[in-house]
Design a protein. Structure first.
Length: 274
């Protein structure tokens, strides 16, 4: 069984890692778009076109589910993608884990790309799940791009800038871009002690397995990992090796849980509304 994951860059690594950990027998098709990256600063029509092109290629390659581990692509085009491919091929999107953060009763901030931060989709998500609590919307220009380039100095600058704009009472920070968990330790260092980070990667992976009726963890044989770069066969870009999950995926084994989660970040078990 083949599952395709689509993102412009390294935002798909965490969800891919969870799928590799939970169901290593799956064949995974990773469709990145280095020619069009980053999607977070692109127009809605550009993102939609690139997403549909990748999804069509995935289906042609035999994908039995399409995962969009990208908040920008989800808020921009997930409904249109589902209309095109479901019910034959399940389409699983990603949204910020606002509901899980709100359940703790703490002050909330959502760090995201400029496009996701300004989207009606995120506004609706906050209205529906923040339980009336104020939510600080913190756009993080340049952070996803720095992560894609493995440029930790540029990432540190973007993180420091976002941290300055995050209210001190926000001790729950939702990572509203799938790139950001790759630098979770650096984000935590920039925020007050006791801050909890929330991301959706594990929840999206588990939702994918539910949609495929594969809810039991497996320890069977290893499936393949194939990479497509803007329509061309390739390998994970070298920048992915900066991150532990990228190195684990490049090694093609089962990704250990300790690489995917830490005691200071919470990956909500209950799947978000995707």
């Amino acid at each position: 069984m083949t599952v395709a994951l689509i993102d412009s860059g390294f935002g798909l690594l965490s969800t891919t890692g969870w799928l590799r950990h939970l169901a290593p027998e799956l064949d995974l098709l990773l469709l990145l778009d280095p020619d069009g990256a980053p999607w977070g600063s692109r127009t809605a029509s550009f993102v939609t076109d690139r997403l549909f092109t990748a999804a069509q290629l995935a289906v042609q390659r035999g994908a039995e589910a399409i995962v969009v581990p990208c908040n920008t692509a989800t808020v921009t085009a997930i409904d249109a993608l589902r209309e095109r491919f479901e019910p034959r091929v399940p389409v699983i999107g990603t949204v910020p884990a606002v509901k899980s953060a709100a359940a703790t009763g703490q002050g909330i901030a959502v760090w995201a790309t400029v496009r996701t931060t300004s989207s009606d989709y995120q506004d609706r998500l906050i209205a529906d799940y923040a339980n009336g609590r104020p939510v600080a919307r913190v756009a993080c220009p340049g952070l996803a791009e720095a992560i894609d380039h493995g440029n930790m100095a540029a990432a540190a600058e973007a993180i420091a800038d976002a941290a300055k704009r995050t209210p001190q009472n926000c001790d729950s920070v939702v990572l509203g871009c799938t790139h950001y968990p790759l630098v979770a330790p650096e984000i935590l260092q920039s925020l007050p002690t006791g801050t909890t980070l929330y991301d959706s990667a594990e929840a999206v992976a588990r939702q994918t397995l539910r949609r495929l009726d594969r809810t039991r963890e497996s320890h069977s044989t290893m499936g393949s990992i194939d990479v497509v770069l803007s329509g061309r066969h390739g390998d994970l870009p070298t920048g992915a090796h900066v991150y532990p999950v990228g190195r684990a995926l490049a090694a093609a084994g089962r990704v250990p849980r300790e690489i995917l989660i830490s005691a200071t970040t919470r990956s909500p078990m209950a799947a978000p509304a995707i």
